[in-house]
Design a protein around this ligand. Structure first.
Ligand SMILES: Nc1nc2c(c(=O)[nH]1)N[C@H]1C(S)=C(S)[C@@H](COP(=O)(O)OP(=O)(O)OC[C@H]3O[C@@H](n4cnc5c(=O)[nH]c(N)nc54)[C@H](O)[C@@H]3O)O[C@H]1N2
Ligand SMILES: Nc1nc2c(c(=O)[nH]1)N[C@H]1C(S)=C(S)[C@@H](COP(=O)(O)OP(=O)(O)OC[C@H]3O[C@@H](n4cnc5c(=O)[nH]c(N)nc54)[C@H](O)[C@@H]3O)O[C@H]1N2
Ligand code: SF4
Ligand SMILES: [Mo]
Length: 680
């Protein structure tokens, strides 16, 4: 029996696995984050094993037939390395790009960044986390001086009087977390949900506000306006712990409730009731998730809600504050250790000379040999195969064809590459396009650390013997580095890589230097920063000071801009996208688990809209945007705004429709709103 963690989301629920070949999931009641509870994806996770669709041999595309056919590992790796060396000689190091994922362990994310910077010498690396929490990360960094999704353990929310969920459907996306909301309500606390749809999460809320997609920023401005007008701002906290309040106070002066109603569709009285509820509560927690963040205005929207939390005096107060609900299994750690275009391990910036010097020292290379900043995820994919863009791409841990915005265009870019290499466990839609597919170990077949949404570093321990023929990502990275004649040392032992990561992160914002596998086992995870072996780790941040040099949080004035695309005569409704409980992300893993229902995509729409276009529940409807079109069965529900349709993105289709407009600060694409036409 092995204690380990779920293969999917950022809660990283603890579980036990029994059986080395045909595993069975059992509960781990002592693990504090989920206390034995799992969602149905967690309970059925053993279904990832034994499927016929598992890849067990490298595949190379036959130039003559165009088919993928099995080859030996040496053949596959020699071919990849040979092509990469030739490309680099011909077009320079930036002709090779790397795309990572927030589902990779810390060890893999770190090693992938090192592969890019040391072995390939390319600046062109980014990852799917850019599409996930980057807007919250950018806002948190600016407001607090540091981005840790939740600066407190999740269970702390039970101590709040009011929890506001802006664009989170956690009852479906992290179900065991919903128990904290129930516990809070049992104590007399209140839950507010802000979502254009009345979701299962809204069913557990006391107040539900349904704004037009893309208008959360205006709602926050309106709430802050009323807090000022009602004398509900915590002036003492603002004076002692923040800067910039005067500008922000002035910037919300014009946001009276009737104007907020016009922009957001939320009745003025509801805006007033919301502000009263927040202003009257001793402890408020504001949490944002993808509904608020995946917009071209996502980082400003998060800043606007942080301003609300700061005006109420909450961040850095026990049982209160602001947090982002990070999404992927290692969505937190994956953004700290160097697979992001502008970053080195430990949350260091790649253009900071001191950071370069430190990390180059750990890697045993000259700091001047490290490349600079690269392109963000979408910009990188958009540049593939272009005259000044990369002509080879290595993908580890993302199914781009399904999950990238404006996916038809991105798929064309992938097809225009000289070389596409995908490391995966299954033939995902992206792997199916590759020139070379490398079959890797998954989840409990290997050991590694994940950092959950609370900043708690946990250990996924190997429980299962991998099938013959597969290799770990660390082995693949090491084999490529050695074939490329790299200067650096690339260990294949996760514990050794973690120790190196600790040294590389030492002194950085996300400092893991004091964390070891043994400590994680003994302590149910360790919270970063944890600079040395004697340090207890940091479950709660900002209690004494924020991470800016002066110790103060920043109020930053932001303006409502609205979505990049608004409804017009040709595209009269808002399209938004998101998730359902039983599927995970691009579905590459969960669509292959037999115990999970694979319903296929659907289009959720309101009876009024259905009536207008003649759509019938269960019958096909077609959704069209300026980028593409898809047809799927209608789901007619009264829980969605009549001016909005919703499509889950777990199946090919949704992202043919989405807009690639980017947030100027975070480079987050606008997954959550564009203009669409719907017909029966
Ligand atoms: N079952 C399941 N769970 C998952 C995942 C999964 O794929 N499946 N993925 C994991 C990952 S990586 C992530 S990032 C998280 C995401 O977790 P969530 O953010 O909870 O998930 P989403 O469904 O993307 O979006 C949440 C809600 O935002 C709403 N929304 C849409 N537009 C707007 C808007 O403009 N404003 C507001 N306020 N709300 C809006 C949608 O209606 C939706 O209910 O889930 C994690 N957990
Ligand atoms: N329309 C729309 N699009 C979205 C979103 C949305 O809300 N709406 N959400 C966005 C968000 S928040 C996210 S996080 C992305 C996620 O989208 P993707 O990046 O596509 O995420 P996954 O489906 O988890 O893809 C992971 C892939 O890597 C493989 N894999 C898993 N673990 C490993 C590993 O350890 N090593 C290797 N080599 N491979 C592995 C899996 O089999 C799978 O093929 O989608 C984004 N796209
Ligand atoms: S909530 Fe997330 S981590 Fe927990 S069992 Fe479900 S998918 Fe796994
Ligand atoms: Mo995500």
């Amino acid at each position: 029996m092995t204690y380990t963690h779920c293969p999917y989301c950022s809660l990283q629920c603890g579980m036990r696995l029994t059986g080395r070949r045909t595993p069975q999931v059992a509960e781990w009641p002592e693990f504090p984050v989920n206390r034995g509870a799992l969602c149905r994806k967690g309970w059925s996770a053993a279904g990832l094993y034994g499927g016929r669709e598992r890849l067990t041999t490298p595949l190379v595309r036959d130039r003559a037939t165009g088919e993928l056919s099995p080859v030996s590992w040496d053949e596959a790796l020699d071919l990849v390395a040979g092509r990469l060396v030739a490309l680099r000689a011909e077009r320079g190091p930036d002709s090779v790009a790397v795309f990572g994922g927030g589902g990779l362990t810390n060890e893999k994310a770190y090693q992938l960044g090192k592969l890019a910077r040391v072995a390939l010498g390319t600046s062109q690396i980014d990852y799917n986390g850019r599409w996930c929490m980057s807007s919250a990360a950018s806002a948190g960094l600016r407001a607090f001086g540091l981005d840790r999704g939740l600066p407190f353990p999740l269970a702390d929310v039970e101590q709040a009087d009011v929890v506001v969920l802006v664009g989170s459907n956690l009852a479906e996306t992290m179900p065991p977390a919903a128990r904290h909301l129930d516990a809070l309500r049992a104590r007399g606390g209140r839950v507010v949900v802000v979502d254009p749809r009345r979701t299962p999460t809204a069913e557990r809320a006391d107040v539900v506000v349904q704004p037009v997609p893309g208008s959360d920023l205006a709602l926050a401005l309106g709430v802050l306006h009323l807090l000022v007008a009602g004398g509900l701002v915590d002036e003492e906290y603002v004076a002692a712990r923040t800067t910039g309040w005067a500008d922000v106070r002035e910037s919300v002066a014009g946001w009276w409730p009737e104007r907020v109603e016009r922009v957001t569709g939320v009745p003025a009285d509801e805006v007033r009731a919301l502000a009263d509820r927040l202003g009257g509560a001793p402890k408020v927690v504001v949490l944002t998730a993808r509904g608020a963040e995946q917009h071209s205005t996502g980082s400003d929207t998060v800043l606007a809600w942080i301003n609300v939390a700061l005006a109420l005096g909450m961040p850095g107060t026990p049982g209160a504050g602001y947090g982002c609900l990070t999404g992927q299994g290692n969505g937190q750690g994956g953004r700290e250790h160097g697979q992001k275009a502008d970053q080195l391990p430990g949350y260091r910036m790649i253009d900071d000379p001191a950071a370069r010097e430190h990390v180059a020292g750990v890697w045993g290379v000259d700091p001047d040999s490290l490349p600079g900043k690269g392109r963000s995820a979408y910009e990188l994919l958009d540049a593939l195969g272009q005259p000044d863009g990369p002509s080879a791409l290595l993908v580890f841990g993302s199914n781009i064809v399904v999950s990238a915005p404006r996916a038809t265009h991105v798929t064309q870019r992938l097809e225009s590459l000289d070389l596409l290499v995908v490391a995966d466990m299954v033939l995902s839609e992206t792997a199916a396009l590759a020139d070379v597919v490398l079959p890797v170990t998954q989840w409990a077949e290997e050991t590694g650390t994940m950092t959950n949404l609370e900043g708690r570093v946990v250990l996924r321990q190997q429980a299962i013997t991998p099938p013959a023929g597969v290799r770990s990502d660390l082995e693949v990275i090491a084999a490529l580095a050695s074939r490329l004649g790299s200067a650096g040392v690339f260990s294949t032992d996760p514990e050794a890589v973690f120790a190196e990561l600790g040294r590389a992160s030492a002194g950085g914002k996300a400092d893991y230097a004091g964390i070891t596998y043994d400590r994680i086992r003994d302590e149910h995870g360790v919270f970063w920063p944890c600079p040395d072996a004697a340090h207890p780790g940091t479950p709660r941040m900002f209690l004494d000071s924020f991470a800016h040099p002066d110790g103060r949080a920043r109020f930053l004035a932001v303006e409502h801009r609205g979505p990049a695309e608004v409804p017009c005569d040709d595209y009269p409704v808002h399209l938004t996208t998101g998730r359902v409980l039983a599927q995970y992300q691009s579905g590459a893993q969960t669509r292959r688990v037999r115990d999970l229902p694979d319903t296929g995509p659907f289009v959720e729409l309101h009876p009024m809209l259905a009536g207008r276009i003649g759509a019938v529940d269960g019958e096909p409807v077609t959704v069209t945007t300026r980028r593409g079109t898809m047809t799927a069965p209608a789901r007619v529900v009264a829980t969605i705004r009549p001016d909005t349709v919703f499509v889950p993105f777990h199946w090919v289709g949704a992202n043919r429709l989405t807009n690639d407009a980017l947030d100027p600060a975070s480079r987050m694409p606008e997954f959550k709103v564009c203009a669409a036409a719907v017909s029966a």
